[in-house]
Write a protein that binds this ligand. Structure first.
Ligand SMILES: *Cc1c(COP(=O)(O)O)cnc(C)c1O
Length: 416
């Protein structure tokens, strides 16, 4: 990266930051498929181990291709964000094998037996299960409330001194709920809590939680950051560089959830087009939401850009755009009821799609649709599902960057 060049735009940072001139003058940082690195002599090995000399040692600890991805994410999450002294904010990012691996490092690195996590009731399924099925075995419990209610959040924090971490996922699955990062961070900091935000749905192009003084920003890089559905990955960025370089680096290396150079290479290339992709994703999503809202076969549409969404105002406050994720409920599939209600209607609709892809995950160039009741949440009892807004006829959609006319056509044909 040109060291003394002041980038003024997000895409310039996305394309150039984190890049180091390659020893062989390769334009792109190659896929460094090497598990280990050579020392000139034992002295050099010692200097690398004790940190006197910068350099790679072993790829579970770090790898040049992975470093480029980490530096890019740090630069994007802090682009245009200043610290208390008005200087460019600096954070450190550690790339992981998956989003779940990064979350594991976040939790294990900061919490100990007896500590509690406070979080919102709408969470990514994997995180919810990690908190409910794995963490209690380590003595770490989770309290789940509606964090859109700040009074409730404050009451919980005051009532339980064991709460150490406030974990926010915003926007969140599948009803695209938002919590107020600024207000909750202020509250969390008054009570000395660690505040972490899952920024996967928004990406740093739409939302930069570090502006509000959060401690950690987490990404499943599998989604919009990669953007092409070519690799699984996770990133954990932290504002306390010293803590990131010592405790968190140690925990990351010892848990072994490291990324790999091939996935990191794909992520680096994907992130270069984040701004142009997000612009198109979001533009298409607005069109899709408007189309669905007026369609006779569709009931409720959950999209942050619609004033009918309960968290519309929170999203305007902290996001530059309402994003590309939405969900909607199907009414009866056909007026005579032959398409069935709820579950049947959802399955029928999904089965008719021709261009849009039937798949879970999100954030790819392709439009992806899933039917939570028959897929991701099939195992969850109906009453529990409905508590989270996952009705039988709910469809979740990650709006892609195809031409909008084709997306609308495919939806229209499948709804009729
Ligand atoms: C996918 C996802 C995760 C988990 O990431 P993986 O890369 O699948 O391990 C966490 N949070 C959100 C919001 C996600 O969409």
């Amino acid at each position: 990266m040109p060291k003394d060049f002041d980038f003024t735009g997000f895409s310039s940072v996305a394309i150039h930051s984190g890049h180091e001139q390659d020893a062989n003058y390769s334009h792109l940082t190659p896929i460094y498929a090497s598990s280990t690195y050579v020392f000139d002599d034992a002295e050099q090995g010692m200097r690398r181990f004790n940190g006197e000399e910068k350099g790679y040692i072993y790829s579970r600890w770090g790898n040049p291709t992975m470093t480029e991805a980490e530096e890019k994410i740090s630069a994007l999450e802090t682009f245009g964000v200043t610290d208390k002294n008005g200087e460019q904010l600096k954070v450190k990012t550690i790339l992981h094998a998956s989003g779940m691996a990064a979350l594991t490092t976040l939790l294990v690195g900061n919490l100990k037996s007896g500590d509690k996590v406070l979080t919102h009731f709408s969470l990514y399924g994997g995180m919810q299960e990690l908190l409910e099925k794995v963490l209690p075995g380590l003595g770490i419990e989770t309290i789940i409330v509606d964090l859109r209610d700040l009074n409730k959040a404050e009451k919980e924090i005051k009532a339980d001194k064991k709460i150490k971490m406030l974990y926010l996922e915003t926007p969140a699955n599948p009803t695209i709920q938002c919590v107020d990062i600024e207000e909750l961070t202020r509250l969390g900091k008054q009570h000395n809590l660690i505040v972490a935000v899952d920024n996967t749905f928004a990406t740093p192009y739409l939302q930069q939680p570090f502006k509000y003084g959060v401690d950690y920003v987490f990404h499943s890089t599998t989604k919009f950051l990669n953007g092409h559905g070519t690799a699984i990955g996770g990133a954990l960025s932290g504002i306390d560089i010293e803590h990131m370089e010592t405790r968190m680096t140690k925990v990351h290396r010892l848990l072994g959830g490291n990324s790999n150079p091939f996935d990191a290479f794909l992520l680096v290339q994907g992130m270069k087009t984040l701004e142009v992709r997000m612009e198109r994703h979001c533009h298409n999503a607005v069109e899709v939401a408007g189309f669905l809202e007026q369609h006779s076969a569709v009931g409720k549409v959950n999209y942050l850009g619609l004033t009918s969404h309960p968290d519309h105002h929170t999203s305007i406050k902290q996001m530059t755009h309402p994003g590309a994720m939405l969900s909607f409920e199907l009414k009866d599939a056909r007026p005579d009821g032959s398409g069935g209600r709820g579950l049947e209607a959802g399955k029928n609709f999904i089965d008719k799609l021709q261009m849009c892809v039937r798949a879970v995950s999100l954030g790819t160039c392709d439009t992806l649709l899933s039917h939570p009741a028959s897929m991701t949440h099939y195992g969850v009892p109906k009453e529990k599902r409905e508590q989270y807004g996952i009705t039988d006829g709910l469809i979740r959609m990650s709006v892609g960057i195809e031409n909008i006319a084709d997306i609308l056509n495919d939806l229209d044909n499948s709804l009729s």
